[in-house]
Structures are given as C-alpha cells and as structure tokens.
Design a protein around this ligand. Structure first.
Ligand code: KG4
Ligand code: ZN
Length: 338
C-alpha cells in the first residue's frame, strides 16, 4: 500500500501540520505561529503556548489535509513530534495524533524534533551521505554526523544558551523585540556587516558551543561604554546608531563562531561530503553566505532548507515519518513525550 504521511508538530510555539507523499514530496505545510502572543514577554510562555495549541490544532491539521487535496481517509501514517520540547505543547500534538490513530487504526510514528531539523535540508535536496548538519534554533545549537536515513550521531552541542537564544536575549537587552534574529539581521545589514566591537570568539578547543559568555561580553561592553546601567537594568544609550552597531558586530561574531566550529568538525570527519545548516537561525542570509563560502573553500557541498523548512514546521516531521515508515519503524499508542 502506498504511504501518505500526515506530520504534526507542536513542540514549542508553532502549531504545524503537513502532508507528505513519497512520489510528489510535500503537498501542504500550514502553520499557526504564536510569536505575536509571546512577544510582549520577550520569550515563549509555556502555559500560553499549550493553550494556543489546543485551540489551533484541529484547524491546522484540517487545513493541511485540505491544501493537499486529500481527506483523513487517504492518510496511512501519522508522524508526530514526541520530544524534545515543552511538555504541555508536546502533549497536545501527541494526544491529538494518538486520538486519530486510536480511532481510525492508522499507523503512528513518534519523531524526534531534532531529527526533523537534521534531515530538513533533505526535503528538497539530494544530499550525499555522510554529511555534517549544524542545527541552530532558539532552543538548540548542535552538530550531527549523518551517515544514512535516521542514522545520526550528535557530536557537538551548546553548553549553555542556543545561538537563537543569544540573538533573542541581546535583542531584549537593546529593547528591539522578539524574536531577535530577524531584527538583528536587518539592523546589521544597514551597517554592511561591519565588526565594530569585536566581541570575543570562542577560545575553547572542544567542539561544543557556548553563547552565554557572548551575551555577558556584549552586556559588559555596553556597560563600559556607559550605554547600559547594571543597577537599574536599563539601556542608557538608546540611539539607533548604537543598536545597529551592536547588531552588526554580534551577527559577524556568531557567524565566525559557526565557521570556527565547522572547521574543527571537518577535521574530525574528513570523509564528510556535504554540510547542511538548518533551524530558525539558518534563515539568516549573512550566516548562510559566510558558511557557503567556507564550504566552497573546503570543496564540500553546502545545503540550507527553504526558509519555511528552517523554522519549526510539520513538513520535516512528515518527511522523517516517511523514511521511518519505509523502515517499518512504527510506534504503538503508549509512547511517551520528552
Ligand atoms: O527553529 P525555530 O523556529 O524554533 C526553535 O525550535 O527554537 O527558531 C527560532 C529562532 C529564534 O531564536 C530566532 O531569533 C531565530 O531562530 N531566527 C533567526 C533568524 N530568523 C529566526 N536568527 C538569526 N537570523 C534570522 N534571520
Ligand atoms: Zn525547532
């Protein structure tokens, strides 16, 4: 029987669903983003996220089926994100998926959200194995050595904050809004990506990332310039000029850190044929460009997903669900979240 996969993603602040057909690819990929709800808090509020998933999930799944021109009857397998993520949010997606599977007898597959990101560049590209994937989002910064469908080894992660979190927190420090990445990118472009303040790059010899030190370095650089008051936690210099210069320096610094770590990763895996850059931060055109040039210099192919497959989405979950279905890796209804 031919597979038709429904993917469901609700691990954080996006309620997303997609339909994947092995012959035709992604047929639909709608989502409801909760960013506007969390904006005023400067980050995701778990309880609000879970409630919004409950309100939207039925609508988004129906939309995914409708846009794909299919009905629930046509779906053979439901793939759903089971971990990692916010527990309240994960419960909504998994309970919804289990409910459908239980009621209809359809097969179900629990998908790791990070495996979804790790293979997201494969949705539209034929990437040769083995390849290295750098995942950078608001919650994660990791590298994987990927040798086959579903076979991946994490070999680097962040010891503290994720790269996207660094953008978000520094954006908050500058009163620029949430999510910080796109705002900082826009401001950095206005400065032509000049590295004014030369924030510290990583001095660590390990492959792991650390972004919390960078956030502190930016804070103390502002304090030393008399632009930030630590006691009252207020930005004293609110000029556009300063905000743009910090944005530009920060973006260049983070791109450099990625390049530094990739250089080390290539030494660890010299047989690697390609490199992919995925997750919300991979929407950043400046970083994409820098890493593309780096890959070219090292004579390996470089892949990034289309922006709709970089940020959280149902397509990557349905895509992983498809190869797991081919491998007969189905779950029963008792699988846990987290
Ligand atoms: O993958 P994603 O949508 O959600 C998580 O799983 O976290 O990633 C969201 C993160 C946020 O931290 C956001 O600031 C960052 O991705 N981001 C960007 C850009 N667009 C989104 N960071 C840098 N440049 C961008 N253009
Ligand atoms: Zn994600």
């Amino acid at each position: 029987m031919k597979e038709l996969i429904l993917g469901i993603e609700s691990s954080c602040d996006e309620t997303a669903a997609a339909v994947y057909c092995p012959e035709k690819g992604i047929l639909s990929n709608p989502l409801f983003s909760q960013i506007h709800m969390h904006k005023e808090y400067g980050g995701v509020v778990p309880e609000l996220a879970a409630r919004a998933h409950i309100e939207k999930i039925n609508f988004i799944v129906s939309q995914a089926l409708e846009q794909a021109g299919v009905t629930l009857n046509d779906i053979t397998t439901i793939a759903v994100t089971s971990k990692p993520g916010l527990s309240g949010s994960l419960l909504i997606g998994t309970c919804f998926a289990k409910g459908i599977a239980g009621a209809t007898g359809k097969k179900i597959i629990a998908v790791n959200h990070l495996e979804g990101h790790a293979f997201s560049a494969c949705i539209e590209n034929n990437i040769p194995f083995p390849f290295i994937c750098l995942t950078a989002s608001g919650g994660h910064t990791s590298m994987y050595y990927i040798t086959d469908w579903g076979k991946y080894e994490p070999f680097s992660t962040t010891r503290d904050d994720a790269a996207g979190e660094a953008f978000d927190k520094i954006s908050k420090l500058l009163n620029l809004g949430y999510p910080g990445g796109p705002i900082i990118e826009k401001r950095a472009a206005q400065e032509n990506f000049v590295d004014y303040f030369k924030y510290p790059r990583s001095t660590s010899k390990t492959l792991d990332f650390s972004f919390s030190g960078l956030k502190t370095a930016v804070l103390y650089d502002l304090v030393n310039r008399g632009a930030y008051d630590l006691k009252t936690r207020t930005l004293l210099d609110t000029s556009e000029d300063l905000k743009n210069k910090v944005s530009s320096s920060l973006l260049v610094c983070i791109a450099d850190i990625f390049e530094q770590k990739l250089k080390m990763a290539l030494k660890k895996y010299p047989e690697c044929k390609a490199f992919s850059f995925v997750g919300g931060v991979a929407c950043n055109k400046y970083i994409r460009n820098q890493l593309k040039n780096f890959a070219e210099k090292n004579k390996i192919s470089f892949f990034v997903p289309a922006p709709q497959y970089c940020t959280d989405n149902g397509a990557m979950i349905a895509f992983v669900g498809n190869y797991k279905a081919q491998q007969q890796k189905f779950n029963d209804l008792t699988f846990e979240i987290l």
